[in-house]
Ligand binder design. Structure first.
Ligand SMILES: [Zn+2]
Ligand SMILES: [Zn+2]
Ligand SMILES: [Zn+2]
Length: 343
């Protein structure tokens, strides 16, 4: 994430709606990617005005009441309930972080209403009240269980599922991977270079999905899963492997942006360069792109150990409970490639 500051010099954040020093009302302008004052050119999104649940701005010349992020909502919870409002607000904050990264990667995000073929919509629903709904993606619709915004609920799920980490932002990033797979890969011919590269790196996605999940929940991941997967869950099926890898790639992109803005520099931890080459049949985005990615991932591994040292010194759980093996680096390399060609 970028760093922001007010005209008065005070630090502002991605979530800021007011400067705590000079009292100026501010909001986030997603096109330019900056926090700016609210004036005659920009108004606060309707969900900000009514519920203090959004700090994104809408140009006053637009007739839309909602911002780029809130316009993507198809279903939101019953806001007459105060706890729902609180949880929904946390959901929206995580969703805006996801969208910030996707917009930064120049990935187009039409709404499902504008573009029924390729568009995106979010259903944020209580799965307690709607037992048929589950967190997931289907045909451009990302559903997220509102209860996941409850810290206790999420931690219980995390422990029961044996996950190293479980966050709202992680859910949104993961489901955006399923959505992009559906939009950019699922309709291509089986022999398309992107589909072939995907199979080479992630395995055969034609394997039965529900069998893979059932096997995962019954027997757990293979003993050596860390050699090949970013998370235990990624071992359940190539689609889940992709979504977990994509989520991790977005985490890296956001993490790097933050470190660069804060002036945090890192060395390069060793990783074989062969782990950062694209599968055969894919055009390299540029001659030096493999080398760029190699340097990027080596710096990331080094940053990761810095993050964990810091968490150790606080007596806290590891901030970065992941291992980037050469096989995982190769998957991230493909995610990096797709992020460029899907612009
Ligand atoms: Zn100020
Ligand atoms: Zn909004
Ligand atoms: Zn998934």
């Amino acid at each position: 994430m970028r760093s922001f500051s007010c005209a008065c010099g005070n630090a502002l954040f991605f979530e800021s709606s007011r400067c705590l020093k000079c009292g100026l009302d501010v909001g986030y302008e997603p096109v330019k990617g900056l926090i700016r004052r609210i004036d005659k050119n920009f108004r606060l999104c309707s969900n900000g005005q009514r519920y203090a649940a959004c700090n994104w701005l809408v140009p006053t010349s637009f007739s839309e009441a909602f911002c780029t992020s809130c316009r993507l909502n198809r279903t939101i919870p019953d806001l007459s309930n105060a706890l729902n409002r609180q949880h929904w607000s946390l959901m929206e904050a995580a969703k805006r972080r996801l969208l910030h990264t996707l917009i930064g990667l120049h990935i187009p995000l039409p709404t499902l209403a504008e573009d029924p073929q390729n568009g995106l919509a979010f259903d944020i629903v209580s799965t307690t009240l709607n037992p048929a709904a589950t967190t997931g993606h289907l045909s451009g619709v990302i559903t997220v269980s509102l209860e996941e915004a409850d810290d206790t609920w999420r931690q219980i799920n995390r422990q029961q599922l044996g996950e190293a980490s479980r966050t709202l932002l992680g859910h949104f990033r993961h489901e955006s991977g399923h959505y992009l797979w559906y939009r950019c890969l699922s309709r291509l011919e089986w022999t398309h270079p992107w589909r072939m590269a995907f199979r080479e790196v992630f395995g055969n996605e034609a394997l039965h999905y529900s069998d893979g999940l059932a096997r995962h929940y019954q027997y757990g991941p293979p003993a050596d899963w860390q050699q090949n997967y970013i998370s235990a869950y990624a071992a359940s099926h190539p689609w889940e492997d992709w979504a977990e890898t994509w989520a991790h790639y977005l985490q890296m992109v956001d993490g790097f942006e933050t470190c660069e803005q804060l002036g945090i520099r890192s060395s390069e931890a060793p990783l074989p360069a062969s782990a950062c080459t694209l599968p055969t049949g894919l055009e390299t985005d540029s001659a030096s792109e493999d080398a760029n990615f190699h340097s990027l991932i080596q710096r990331w591994i080094s940053l990761a150990s810095m993050m964990n040292e810091i968490s150790r010194s606080f007596g806290a759980a590891f901030l970065y409970p992941y291992v980037i093996s050469p096989a995982v680096a190769r998957k991230l390399r493909l995610a990096h490639y797709f992020a460029k060609v899907w612009r």
